[in-house]
Design a protein around this ligand. Structure first.
Ligand SMILES: Cc1cc2nc3c(=O)[nH]c(=O)nc-3n(C[C@H](O)[C@H](O)[C@H](O)COP(=O)(O)O)c2cc1C
Length: 366
């Protein structure tokens, strides 16, 4: 929960500043849950570290007096190439919860991707942000009826895409959560799951996923889902070119190059390193988005130069929310869009179309 005194958000200059403020505001259990990666947390660290191994060969003498950060994602005009990644349990971060996050995204002109594991109902989030672009992240459950009902509710509530997370047949092992026993506090639950059986003890989320998620999820499910809804399908959690090609073959609208923020298979590649081959493999047949480790405007510039249409933000949003509720999320978005605008100017890019592949190269090995 939030600290009684709200920090001066304007004094928090970077995402790392927001993370420090969040750490001071959150309970140790919530902080551990949000921060953690799988196993030795190698991939968690690599997601950020890998960005530093790409360098920017900036262009000079370009008129960058006005910059346009806007773009489209699946046909929706957005103010910047940024989406809010689906993350669980926003009311654990702050009482503003998912509604605060969704409202901050709407005010910024960005797409909010809500998680299956939200602590606010699909309908309440929709009612709080009428007309705002929203996507729904789906965990496919063993109970096909529950999965169908979630998709139907998401469509009825005005979501414009279904994001199927494909990297979680079971939950990666987050050792801190297991050691200390992560569980949602009383009063919070996974309210969108009918007959909610939110476990309250031990390694609760892992147990839930093991019991309820479909571990036999295959391409057949994706084909079936695609045929059963008019909404575009986005696959989240791809790092390989062959999987990306297959995704395009089955007609998905977009791929999110993601390793779940380093929370699933440890030693999976950093997403910024995996992304170029994926973008090349799909060759424009579907849109390519990425997430994982984005903490600076230059990270976004690099991701776009390497073929992503936009990035998604996971923890930076949680840090903003924990540090200051809805205004904290707005602050996180301001920090990153302002940084991106400055980075574009310094790299000689007046708009996102100017962010071309030749701007980045791998750093020479030292
Ligand atoms: C606390 C937390 C909860 C998450 N919950 C979900 C979820 O419910 N569904 C999902 O598809 N991804 C989930 N993710 C993964 C994010 O969507 C995203 O892939 C990841 O956070 C991106 O990395 P970043 O945190 O470095 O930005 C979660 C990540 C975190 C940190």
């Amino acid at each position: 929960m939030s600290s009684p005194e709200s920090p001066d958000l304007a004094a928090l200059l970077t995402i790392a500043d927001l993370e420090r403020a969040a750490a001071a505001a959150l309970s140790p259990m919530a902080l551990r849950y949000y921060r953690s990666g799988a196993d030795a947390e190698h991939t968690l660290l690599e997601n950020q570290a890998a960005f530093a191994r790409w360098v920017l060969y900036y262009r000079v003498l370009v008129d960058v007096s006005t910059r346009d950060l806007s773009t489209t994602v699946l046909g929706t005009r957005v103010a910047a190439p940024i989406l809010i990644a689906p993350t669980a349990y926003h009311r654990l971060a702050h009482p503003d919860g998912e509604v605060g996050t969704a409202r901050a995204a709407a005010a910024a002109g960005l797409i909010y991707v809500m998680s299956t594991l939200a602590t606010t109902t699909i309908e309440d989030i929709a009612a709080a942000t009428p007309g705002a672009p929203r996507w729904f992240q789906l965990y496919v459950h063993k109970d096909a009826g529950l999965t169908r009902a979630l998709v139907a509710r998401a469509a009825a509530a005005g979501h414009s895409a279904i994001v199927v997370t494909v990297d979680t047949p079971l939950l990666g092992r987050r050792i801190g959560d297991e050691r200390h026993g992560f569980a949602l506090p009383d009063g919070l639950s996974m309210v969108n799951l009918l007959g909610d059986a939110t476990p309250r003890s031990g390694s609760a989320l892992a147990a839930y996923v093991a019991e309820r998620h479909e571990p036999a999820l295959t391409w057949k499910h994706i084909e079936h889902l695609r045929a059963s809804t008019a909404l575009p399908i986005v696959l989240k959690g791809i790092v390989r070119a062959d999987d990306a090609r297959r995704a395009a073959d089955v007609g998905v609208a977009a791929i999110i190059v993601s390793n779940h923020g380093g929370r699933q298979l440890d030693h999976a590649p950093a997403t910024i390193d995996a992304q170029p081959a994926v973008a090349e493999a799909v060759a424009g047949r579907c849109e390519v988005l990425m997430d994982g480790g984005v903490r600076w405007g230059t990270d976004i510039l690099k991701a776009l130069a390497l073929g992503a249409r936009a990035v998604l933000l996971g923890r930076p949003i949680l840090w903003g929310l924990a540090a200051g509720g809805q205004p904290g999320v707005t602050r996180a978005l301001d920090i990153l869009t302002t940084e991106l605008s400055r980075a574009m100017a310094l790299a000689g890019c007046a708009n996102v179309h100017d962010i071309t592949r030749d701007l980045v190269r791998e750093a020479p090995h030292r």
